[in-house]
Write a protein that binds this ligand. Structure first.
Ligand code: C5P
Length: 460
């Protein structure tokens, strides 16, 4: 299909008019970081206009949900809906989505329908921004939350709008996660992209390096070498990377570059520096930088408190402390999940398999798979967890190289659900499904069958 950005924006304008013509719609959005930020963009736009609406957040649009919404006179789906033909059975419904879509008869703002890739260059929050033209910072958070970093294509247009409006700035700096909120030791030790030999996954070595560079960990200028907080959440006086002086930053970056240049896998020190997106109108906390903000939202959504995330998005300060508590819980559960994954991932031939039932929560199994996935792998990872109502939650994540070769996990999940029952979909690189708990074998056999390429290679 030919790419048509102006056709897409025109369609978005029509969807805005249709949305605001509704009397009291129910806004239904997804519960991940992109779902929460896109839901907040829609809720914020209705609030700004003083228009009536209700909002709810769901994990999946399954038959039970469709039957509930059949009673609603007006519904707006955000970050979901485009992949489920049963929305055609509903009364007045609008869709703002970026997932693969087919056979939908309801009005829809979806970049995919205009030749723009919703998996890599526009998130649901980006689509919601294109509809309502407000809160571009949240559009950037949604994109980063949906693994669309660094921003390309249509996201670049949203970014330019955000810069023009003074709500987004681009920083070129050390590309590690947590420049604004992660204590320095964890900041260094828990970054593996790029992998720093001797430092990545070694808190003790990270701490030694900081001591060697005479970079104090404590804002009160205590001697270098103070112990970091046990849970990786910034303590009151702990310094973060953003607190360092220019000289300290330079010293740290060149020390890391030297380590990388001297390592066996000598990789370019340029990999250390990358683009990130910050929000000058937001406080310098977990909502200041896009990656950290999206993690905060994921923590809210994946631990059944998406409304706190929406409130944080819309600037409600009273929601911040609650969100931070969820973040601490989220980090602990991810750490436990990853520890389990590193010992329990099995090679199923065409994909790696992680059985997290009873160990990993369904809300984070996808995130754990994504963190476990290595871009050098030659096959995707499929993880499962116990879902609600007698189901199994399935999550898949694929390395970019496979997607470039034509793998489409979203299609694979859909296809396997046709064989095993259940509902699934998503993107080429990240997809999920819910299946009946007694149909796992059928699902896995079918997933293997649908895997386009046979890749017997080992993790490497
Ligand atoms: O839940 P998880 O993070 O693994 O989901 C990855 C992607 O798959 C999300 O974009 C989500 O929208 C999609 N998905 C889906 N249907 C499901 C579960 C997930 O389309 N039942």
């Amino acid at each position: 299909m030919e790419r048509d950005e102006s056709g897409f924006l025109e369609r978005c304008g029509e969807i805005r008019k249709l949305a605001f013509s509704m009397g009291d719609p129910l806004v239904v959005h997804h519960y991940d970081a992109d779902g929460i930020s896109s839901g907040a963009i829609v809720a914020g736009a209705f609030g700004d206009e003083g228009k009536k609406f209700r909002r709810e957040c769901i994990k999946k649009l399954d038959d039970a949900a469709i039957e509930r919404y059949a009673r609603e006179p007006e519904t707006i789906f955000v970050d979901l809906g485009g992949g489920n033909k049963r929305v055609n059975e509903l009364k007045d419904a609008l869709i703002i989505d970026h997932h693969q879509t087919e056979g939908i008869g309801k009005p829809q703002a979806n970049p995919i329908l205009h030749g723009i890739d919703g998996g890599t260059e526009l998130s649901a929050a980006g689509a919601a921004y294109c509809v309502f033209r407000k809160r571009a910072d949240l559009a950037v958070v949604g994109a980063v939350g949906d693994m669309q970093h660094p921003l390309v294509g249509m996201n670049r247009w949203v970014l330019a709008e955000g810069k023009m409006g003074g709500v987004v700035e681009v920083e070129d700096d050390l590309s590690f996660y947590g420049r604004y909120c992660r204590p320095l030791v964890q900041f260094l030790a828990y970054c593996d992209d790029p992998y720093i030999p001797g430092i990545s996954y070694r808190e003790d070595r990270a701490q030694d390096l900081l001591a060697e560079l005479r970079i104090p960990l404590d804002a009160r200028n205590a001697e270098p070498g103070n112990p970091p907080a046990a849970d990786g959440v910034k303590g009151k006086n702990q310094r973060v990377y953003a607190d360092l002086s220019d000289d300290e930053k330079k010293g740290l970056v060149s020390a890391l570059a030297k380590i990388m240049a001297g390592s066996e896998r000598a990789r370019s020190a340029e990999e250390l520096i990358g683009e990130s997106y910050v929000f000058p109108k937001r406080p310098r906390d977990e909502t200041y930088e896009a990656n950290e903000f999206s993690t905060l939202l994921n923590a809210c959504g994946r631990h059944s408190q998406p409304d706190i995330g929406v409130r944080v998005c819309l600037g409600d300060e009273t929601a911040r402390d609650e969100a931070r508590k969820l973040l601490a819980l989220h980090r602990r559960m991810l750490r436990e999940g990853i520890a389990y994954t590193s010992k329990n991932t099995q090679d199923f031939g065409t994909f790696y398999f992680l059985d997290g039932r009873g160990v990993i929560d369904e809300g984070i199994v996808g995130v754990v798979c994504g963190m476990n996935l290595q871009q050098s792998w030659k096959k995707p990872i499929i993880g499962i967890a116990l879902g609600d109502g007698g189901t199994i939650k399935v999550s898949g994540r694929a390395p970019k190289s496979l997607v470039a070769q034509g793998l489409n996990l979203g299609d694979l999940m859909k296809g396997a659900c046709l064989d095993a029952g259940g509902v699934g979909g998503g993107h080429r690189m990240a997809a999920g499904a819910s299946i009946p708990k007694d149909r796992l074998n059928e699902f896995l056999l079918s997933a293997g069958k649908h895997m386009r390429m046979d890749r017997p290679e080992e993790k490497g």
